[in-house]
Design a protein around this ligand. Structure first.
Ligand code: NOJ
Length: 559
């Protein structure tokens, strides 16, 4: 018995070329940890140019660059001091133009990260707000409130920031500003037209430079409605986040901002694309960000939050394909990014509270102490899950290093850590070791300084076992994770036709099998028992063992 899942026609937005994003393989580069061309210990834009052939050979369709803008690095670059420039430590605008040319020349599109919920406290607009004082138009661009008490010496509310510690910071004149994240990241006031103008200019600036699209940071938090008397943190926590009327998150009017942005995206040919990072309560709420009048696509983190489990995977795929079909978007799939423990490591952890994945909050998954990980099993499962994901209709978002089967670095010493979530005393049960472990600079070569990352070493320490995961090592081994990713990404181009799949019942709870309309099939064995295939099946990716799909592995077949 089969049940069909129908996604949308592939032509909802614009022409055929304009629809490139619908089934793209997008590779996330965390620039400071990718490749360091100028040898100062930090990855840079020239490093991306140097690795353009590597990216082309990998077979991805687009690159998403995490922030490369001037920043004090209070939050790994998500504290932006100037939205329309390159951090001098990472290069210049001219380097950026060269990078666009190098990637476009190889058929790779470029998506950049836009951080509109907050700026850095070093941003000129925030510095102007501090200088101009209470009640000024400059202060109105951010969220300032008078403190409580006779001289405003107490915070306006007891709110906690996402990274731990208070969310209101005093500025010395009785006023306080609100920051969802680190103290150095004041939230913008999106009721102020100047803020709209600032970001429209930024979107045009990068679009004019040839950028193909944008990843929108914390897209669900921009619109806020703070009453005169602020609720307490406990009251906030008790509020429903599914109504569109929560004071801080996922408010319905946030979509007015994205409709305004869409008009800018559509000024370009092909229209610029966008993908929302929106941690919202339900797939239905998420779909609102992914409409043709809005951002067009939204990250779906459901697989990232799931266990390596057939039933969970099937349910998530079915629900999300149906959801995209209903809104005309295409589905997105993610297993790893710069905020979570790498999936090779998650899948090697012993279950905690019955789950290996959701070890805490939705968006920072707890760090993974190195001695608690079954590396081999995690690696096996990660490859199986990645090949399952790459066979799905929709866009696959990959995170640098996952193609190498790279593990989280779990044993970074406290004095070497950088993530504000680690230092601001967030709940250790929730935030664990923070996010540095997935941001350690990539290993390119077997030897040399910092495994080929750069001449001055790496800004986060690389463990000795990185030697086993280098590009040099894996490129020479046809059975390596890198070689399998390359093969899968090359085949994927032929596989991606209509955005549909059909489940084929396997008679096993721990084995999933689906067919794409053009005769390709994906079989993933989530269990340990081999799954025998019918004789004569044509395997195009992965290998059978004695005619069976081995435990914790995926094969691709075709008619
Ligand atoms: C989400 C980003 O992915 C994360 O790295 C960052 O810390 C927060 N947004 C704040 O910008």
């Amino acid at each position: 018995m089969t049940d069909a899942v129908l996604a949308s026609d592939a032509t909802t937005i614009g022409s055929a070329d304009a629809a490139w994003w619908r089934q793209a393989a997008v590779y996330q580069i965390y620039p400071r940890s990718f490749a360091d061309a100028n040898g100062d210990g930090l990855g840079d834009i020239r490093g991306v140019v140097d690795k353009a052939d590597y990216l082309a050979e990998l077979g991805i369709d687009a690159v998403w660059l995490s922030p490369f803008y001037p920043s004090e690095l209070a939050d790994g670059g998500y504290d932006v001091a100037d939205y329309r420039d390159v951090d001098p430590r990472l290069g210049t605008l001219s380097d950026f133009d060269d990078m666009i040319a190098a990637l476009h020349g190889r058929g790779i599109r470029v998506i950049v990260d836009i951080v509109p919920n907050h700026s850095s406290n070093r941003h000129a607009l925030f510095q102007a707000a501090l200088a101009a004082g209470k009640g000024s138009p400059e202060r109105d661009r951010y969220i300032f409130r008078d403190g409580l008490g006779e001289n405003g010496e107490r915070p306006p509310a007891d709110w906690q920031s996402v990274f731990g510690g208070p969310a209101w910071e005093p500025v010395g004149d009785g006023q306080w500003y609100f920051h969802h994240f680190a103290t150095e990241q004041p939230d913008f006031n999106w009721d102020n037209p100047d803020v709209h103008a600032e970001f429209l200019e930024t979107l045009r600036f990068w679009s004019d430079r040839g950028v193909d699209g944008f990843r929108i940071d914390v897209a669900h938090a921009l619109a806020k409605d703070l009453p005169e008397v602020l609720p307490s943190q406990a009251e906030l926590d008790a509020m429903d986040t599914t109504t569109g009327r929560h004071p801080l998150f996922d408010r319905d009017e946030v979509h007015e901002i994205y409709r305004e942005w869409r008009r800018v995206f559509d000024e370009y040919d092909p229209p610029r694309i966008a993908v929302a990072e929106a941690w919202v309560a339900t797939p239905e709420r998420r779909a609102r960000y992914a409409t043709a009048e809005g951002l067009g696509q939204a990250f779906n983190f459901d697989l990232l939050e799931a266990d390596f489990d057939a039933a969970q995977f099937r349910h998530i795929v079915t629900v999300n394909l149906a959801q995209s079909a209903a809104t005309g978007s295409s589905s997105t799939w993610v297993l790893s990014n710069h905020d979570v423990v790498r999936h090779a490591t998650r899948y090697g952890l012993a279950p905690r509270d019955g789950s290996t994945a959701k070890q805490g909050s939705a968006w920072i998954i707890a760090g993974a102490p190195a001695d608690q990980v079954d590396l081999a099993r995690g690696g096996r499962r990660a490859l199986a899950a990645s090949l399952f994901l790459l066979g799905l209709p929709g866009s696959a978002y990959l995170y640098q290093g996952e193609e190498l089967g790279l593990h989280e670095v779990g044993d970074i010493a406290p004095e070497d850590r950088q993530d504000p979530a680690f230092f601001r005393g967030a709940d250790p049960e929730r935030d664990g070791l923070g996010r540095d472990g997935c941001r350690v600079p990539l290993p390119w070569e077997r030897g040399g300084s910092s495994y080929g990352f750069g001449a001055a070493g790496a800004h986060l320490p690389q463990p000795a076992w990185f030697a086993r995961y280098t590009v040099e090592e894996e490129a020479a081994d046809p059975a390596s994770s890198l070689s399998v990713y390359r093969h899968a990404l090359a085949l994927r181009r032929a596989l991606q036709t209509a955005e549909t799949l059909e489940w084929i019942e396997t008679g096993r709870d721990d084995v999933l099998r689906f067919a794409r309309p053009n005769g390709w099939q994906v079989v993933t064995n989530f269990g340990e028992e081999p799954f025998p295939l019918e004789p004569g099946a044509t395997v195009v990716l992965g290998a059978l063992e004695g005619g069976a799909v081995a435990g914790e592995s995926t094969v691709w077949l075709r008619d």
